[in-house]
Design a protein around this ligand. Structure first.
Ligand code: 9MR
Length: 466
């Protein structure tokens, strides 16, 4: 534990700068000792912390980004499972009848396998991303095509997939509890889901077979309809092993208060439950709290076997403008990341040493980037955090500036050492103990600011690495 961070609500006393700097130096000396004593223990990651709770922590992955080093490095470091975001959908795998194309999905599968990650298959029968040739078929032909699609795709990946979303989003939103209109529903009737699951069990008997949907995260008409279907399947021996709760949340659709109870009632039917497409629009501590609540709900349900976020970085989210993920556009971990890690019982490094004894070189290729997050806000002050991230080479030191809006005063700084320009507005920060960063690794420093009537946020300058 480093310098206790001043979370929302705590109001530090304003200190004159000289006193504040003396205070900060004393604390930093203590922090340095603590950090050094921690440096031998590797920090947890989402995947390792979840494993400690017997769960996986996955992410949706796009094959087209695997060549981006920061994307692949974050994936490989943090996650223990993947779901191809689009590559296993019908339009990708069978764009023309009986012509299968597995190239992009294969890329994700081999990457995941080489890293020992679980793979969720997404998805076999869905009304969306369905090639037009499918919707044009007669009922008899459609039945043959659906069963052939399930069989061919599942056999191609036989033995490699932990769980398949066999059927996705087959129910309507709203209070009707009715099935959604789709070529499958309209031409094959209610029995299409059962048929799909029976075909899937034969195609790969070792894969878990899931039904996956959204807006079923709390107890409501739609989740009741899915619940009744699962109950019926279990009572008649129709093969089903799991239910996926997509969990796409925002202010209009927040984490339901009965989220855990809803997961539990499905688990009580004798199926596993999984959080399959988690993302929560927002920022800062509100977003972090919601994420934490979701993780805690899963951990409280014995049959909740894992959770998957719907992407790694806000930059590539399907709803990027809502910044719903755990890493920002520069791959810096957000407060939501810290909250998830803490909820999983993981320990963070507080930045700092990567635990390895390797030569971190410095010099050629040493680069870094910085990003700012407000981590707490109150009437006359706020806490800020700057994340410093090494580029594609290891670094041995870094320097960055933070320029404060007029009137604002920094009362406390932690995990960094500051010098000021003559005007008292530009703070140049260097590492205390946390200068050595492995390629792609990050650390952060933080500060408490007195607003003095100015609520604007500071700007971070460029990061210089050595
Ligand atoms: O994230 C996916 C996005 O890239 C696609 O354009 C979109 C097309 O339908 O599908 C998104 O993923 C969806 C998932 O497959 C099923 N549940 C809802 C997801 C978000 O739309």
């Amino acid at each position: 534990m480093l310098m206790p961070r001043n979370r929302a609500g705590a109001r530090p006393r304003a200190l004159p700068r000289r006193a504040a700097q003396a205070f900060a130096s004393a604390l930093l000396a203590a922090a340095t000792v603590t950090a050094l004593s921690h440096s031998a223990a590797a920090a947890d990651t989402l995947g390792s912390a979840a494993a400690g709770k017997g769960r996986y922590f996955g992410t949706a992955v796009a094959a087209s980004h695997l060549g981006e080093s920061a994307y692949a490095a974050t994936l490989d470091r943090e996650f223990s499972a993947v779901t191809p975001e689009n590559e296993m959908k019908w339009d990708a795998t069978e764009p023309t009848r009986n012509t299968f194309s597995f190239g992009a999905a294969d890329q994700i599968v081999s990457h995941a396998q080489s890293k020992g990650m679980k793979i969720r298959g997404h998805t076999l029968v869905w009304h969306s991303q369905l090639p037009s040739w499918v919707s044009g078929l007669s009922a008899t032909d459609l039945r043959t095509a659906m069963n052939n699609h399930i069989t061919q795709v599942m056999q191609h990946y036989k033995g490699k997939i932990y769980a398949w979303d066999v059927v996705n989003e087959a129910y309507q939103d709203g209070s009707s509890g009715a099935r959604r209109s789709s070529p499958f529903q309209d031409k094959l009737g209610n029995g299409f889901i059962e048929e799909a699951f029976r075909t899937a069990r034969t195609a790969d008997p070792d894969a878990k077979l899931c039904y996956n949907d959204y807006n079923t995260d709390g107890v409501n008409a739609k989740s009741n309809a899915v619940y009744n279907m699962v109950k019926d399947f279990k009572s008649r021996g129709v093969p089903i092993d799991c239910v996926g709760f997509q969990s796409h949340f925002n202010s209009a659709s927040p984490v339901p208060s009965d989220y855990q109870a809803n997961l539990q009632r499905f688990a009580d039917l004798g199926v596993d439950v999984q959080i399959t497409e988690l993302d929560i629009e927002g920022s800062g501590s509100a977003q972090a709290t919601s994420y934490s609540n979701v993780v805690k709900a899963c951990l409280a349900v014995t049959r909740c076997t894992g959770m998957t976020v719907w992407g790694i970085t806000d930059k590539y989210s399907w709803r990027s403008s809502g910044t719903p993920l755990l890493f920002d556009s520069n791959y810096a971990p957000k407060p939501a990341y810290d909250a998830v890690l803490a909820a999983l019982g993981g320990s963070s490094s507080g930045g700092g040493d990567d635990g390895g004894g390797g030569d971190n070189g410095g010099g050629t290729g040493a680069t870094c980037t910085v990003s700012f997050t407000k981590t707490a806000d109150w009437n006359d002050g706020y806490n800020g955090q700057v994340t410093v991230k090494a580029g594609s080479a290891p670094i041995t030191g870094w320097t960055t500036t933070v320029t404060f809006p007029a009137g604002q005063k920094v009362s406390t700084l932690w995990n960094g050492s500051a010098s000021w320009d003559g005007s008292g507005t530009v703070m140049t920060v260097r590492p205390t103990y946390n200068g050595n960063l492995a390629a792609g690794a990050s650390t952060s420093f933080g500060f408490t600011v007195q607003k003095n009537g100015n609520s604007a946020v500071p700007t971070v300058g460029t990061c210089t690495a050595s």
